[in-house]
Design a binder for this molecule. Structure first.
Ligand code: LLP
Length: 415
């Protein structure tokens, strides 16, 4: 379903005109479609219905509590990378035994808390971490479920900043080091090796790397099982890409057909950690045009959303479609750079875009902003972070209040 559509030249989210939302709640504003999110969750579940699968939503993609609650209500687990994400997932109603904990730098205090609440597994990335988990587990007299996160040295063919499956990255355990980890795990009764895991990168639009990794992970699981380990799961990570411009990523059905055989071959439950593919296209960033600045070289549409609100274009050079909220059919088309108010040339939402002629007070919206949008927002230039609203049919509800200057300054008012 497409939750963001035009009716008579005016953009809507479900049953509400975006302009109405902008006027009621102010801009910059993240707008999410509840129906679109539900549809993505159900489509994913349906695609994987042929094999026992637990989708653990990668909380980092969008950590809004209302989004988490909604995803949890579909029976999803969570993939967390900090105690903050762990607490949010629990608060949102994700049962602890559906939570996996990823990340290369887990703190002792984080391991303690995760063990206390009884998570499904720690995805372990180094010997130092495995040793620390064992130590904490012994102290608490509680066995720690762990998976070994394998670095399969596979090129996910995505932006290098978000590719994680190559030996040149900080992630995972090289296959030839696995025996070492297995020895540690088998000699320590506080460690319970429940499976293998991996995650080769994000915004992957080609099915081949997924296939390659799934096959490799199935083989490795079988080898470990042959050594006497009773594996219970195979976690193949997240990374499925979405369409921002003209990509054609695999759909959930093709993705499932690619991954399921690996878990079947190993005779274990499948885990996946989708983030972007669930929430990416269920949200937009709504913004108001402040000025239109015509210089001899270019036309700049200066809007009130900036790189602190949506960082992806600036740091990854990611393409996000930008549209005018009122796409008045007769107006002139212009080639423009859509930029924010921040004092950096790198502060842009889109370069060389073709848009209807805009004037101050008009609204634009940036598509594909549901994943790694608000989640990566900052206060750069002392800008309070945007508000977030969730739309359901013809109702909208604030799911995060706009940050105030008072809140922003409070931690520094120390004298
Ligand atoms: N699992 C692990 C261990 C991860 O590190 C990630 C993402 C995911 C799952 C979810 O991946 P997804 O399904 O969302 O692709 N800020 C970047 C993306 C960073 C992804 C980091 N890890 C961006 O805006 O493109």
């Amino acid at each position: 379903m497409d939750a963001f559509t035009y009716r008579s030249g005016e953009a809507f989210c479900e049953g509400i005109p975006l302009e109405e939302l902008a006027k009621n709640y102010g801009t910059p504003l993240y707008v999410y479609s509840g129906a679109a999110l539900d549809a993505r969750c159900e489509a994913l579940k349906a695609a994987f219905s042929g094999h026992p699968t637990l989708p653990c939503y990668a909380v980092k993609a969008n950590t809004n509590l209302s989004i988490l609650k909604r995803i949890a209500a579909h029976g999803f687990g969570a993939d967390v990378v900090s105690v903050g994400e762990l607490e949010k997932a629990l608060l949102a109603g994700v049962p602890a035994d559906r939570i996996v904990y990823s990340g290369v730098g887990k703190l002792r205090s984080e391991i303690e808390r995760a063990l206390d609440v009884g998570i499904l597994s720690f995805n372990v990335e180094s010997v130092g971490e495995l040793t620390l988990i064992a130590e904490v587990a012994q102290k608490k007299q509680k066995r720690a479920p762990v998976t070994l996160r394998i670095n399969p040295n596979v090129d996910a063919k995505t932006n290098p900043y978000i590719a994680t499956g190559l030996y040149s990255t900080k992630f995972g355990i090289a296959e030839n080091e696995m025996t070492w980890f297995l020895e540690i795990a088998s000699n320590n009764r506080w460690l319970d090796l429940v499976g293998l895991s991996c995650h080769i990168g994000s915004q992957i639009t080609d099915v081949k790397p997924f296939r390659e990794v799934a096959e490799r992970m199935a083989t490795l699981s079988r080898e470990i099982q042959a050594k006497g380990f009773e594996l219970r799961l195979l976690d193949l990570g997240g990374g499925l890409g979405i369409r921002y411009q003209n990509e054609s990523p695999p759909d959930f059905a093709e993705y499932a057909r690619t991954l399921i055989p690996a878990a079947e071959a190993a005779g274990v439950r499948l885990l996946i950690e989708p983030g972007r593919s669930l929430v990416g296209n269920v949200g937009v960033l709504l913004s108001r045009v402040l000025y239109v600045k015509r210089t001899p070289a270019k036309t700049f549409v200066i809007v009130d959303a900036a790189m602190n609100d949506l960082l992806r274009p600036s740091i990854y050079r990611s393409y996000h479609e930008i549209r005018a909220v009122r796409d008045g059919g007769t107006s002139r088309i212009e080639n423009v750079d859509v930029v924010g108010p921040i004092c950096e040339t790198g502060d842009f939402l889109g370069l060389d875009r073709t848009l209807p002629e805009l004037k101050p007070g008009d609204y634009v919206f940036v598509e594909g902003a549901g994943a790694y949008g608000f989640a990566m927002a900052s206060n750069y230039n002392t800008r309070p972070r945007a508000s977030e609203v969730m739309v359901d049919g013809s109702e909208a509800r604030v799911v995060r209040r706009r940050e105030t200057l008072e809140q922003l300054l409070a931690p520094e008012l120390v004298d």
